[in-house]
Design a protein around this ligand. Structure first.
Ligand SMILES: Nc1ncnc2c1ncn2[C@@H]1O[C@H](COP(=O)(O)OP(=O)(O)OP(=O)(O)O)[C@@H](O)[C@H]1O
Length: 312
């Protein structure tokens, strides 16, 4: 079977600055694939080239085997995109806007599909409200419906849950999973890393227009062997006890937090024994699980996303 999306040596510059730099990747039918990267990494530009919104400088994009430039009429129907910016037809009602978009793709008559989208995205009570009167969350739900109205085989979601409350985020992701189980391939970007970990079977990470990693999510997370143990102390320490130096002990938060490294073949029983012998004033012990943020930091020395923005 042909890949749902095949990108080869894709390039795009704006005023001499490379926004996408020799990007190649392939997504199989049925995948939920995450494209991550810090602000300005080139994710939206990539999506805009896939969907034909932005001209390709060089390289190719193939969608289910069809060239996105030469066969754009066909590929445009195969892809549904929810763009990052809320671009809506301000004066139209949801009902009218959905009908126009269905007409645009020649699927105006598929009422049952339209009804299903309206029902599953909770748009029913708002159908006759004009766009400009809708809340941000409702606009997002409308945009998901708009991206799916022509039953695309590849659904692309660029930050679908940015600024959306937790409940709606869950509902949107449940719906995306449902679409995926029904056969739709999904490419998504998000700054909520926990969502990417939960949703995506594979993840590509971009930085400065280039691909810096592309692996199964589990493999990407398993890359990091450098787990830490955080010891929260009741009373501050002046210096790291000598016995903890081999574990790269470090004091933080004015001596009230002691971080030790559990990298490599460190035996937990020995660590606990050493700690017991030291009789430290330990209030709490934390074993943070390394996530995509740490993987990216390890790969590039950069922060993948604003930490405040990555919590769910
Ligand atoms: N139309 C444009 N004109 C000029 N520069 C642009 C244009 N679109 C994007 N860029 C630049 O290209 C680079 C990549 O931007 P892009 O929006 O693709 O990144 P991104 O990974 O989607 O970031 P974010 O997470 O903030 O959405 C940035 O340096 C951006 O300023």
């Amino acid at each position: 079977m042909k890949p749902a999306l095949e990108i080869n040596h894709l390039q795009k510059s704006f005023a001499g600055t490379k926004a996408v730099d020799d990007l190649s990747l392939s997504i199989e039918p049925g995948e939920i694939f995450g494209l991550l990267g810090p602000n300005g990494a080139g994710k939206s530009t990539t999506i805009n080239m896939i969907s034909g919104v932005c001209r390709i400088d060089s390289g190719t994009v193939r969608i289910f085997g069809h060239d996105a430039v030469k066969d754009y009429r066909l590929t445009r129907r195969l892809v549904g995109v929810m763009h990052q910016e809320i671009v809506t037809d301000h004066f139209f009602t949801i009902d009218r806007a959905l009908k126009i978009h269905a007409g645009y793709y020649g699927v105006r008559s598929d009422n049952s599909w339209r009804e299903l989208l309206i029902e599953r995205l909770g748009l029913g009570p708002h159908l006759h409200k004009s766009m400009m009167k809708l809340s941000g969350g409702l606009k997002r739900r409308f945009m998901v419906a708009k991206a799916l109205i022509h039953k695309p085989q590849l659904l692309i979601l660029d930050e679908p849950t940015a600024g959306v409350d937790v409940e709606l985020r869950r509902a949107l992701w449940d719906f995306v999973r449902e679409m995926n189980q029904a056969g739709t391939t999904v490419l998504l970007t998000t700054h909520y890393l926990e969502e990417a970990e939960q949703m995506c079977g594979r993840i590509a990470i971009m930085s400065g227009g280039k691909l810096v990693a592309l692996e199964r999510t589990a493999d990407l997370l398993a890359r990091l062997d450098s787990r830490s143990m955080l010891l929260h102390l009741n009373a501050p320490l002046d210096q790291v006890p000598t016995a903890l130096e081999p574990l790269q002990g470090q004091l933080e938060e004015n001596g009230q937090l002691l971080r030790i490294s559990l990298a490599g073949e460190v035996a937990m029983a020995e660590v606990l024994q050493t700690l017991a012998q030291l009789d430290l004033p330990i209030r709490d012990i934390e074993l943070p699980r390394p996530g995509l943020e740490e993987v990216f930091l390890d790969l590039t020395g950069l922060q993948l996303t604003d930490r405040k923005g990555s919590s769910s």
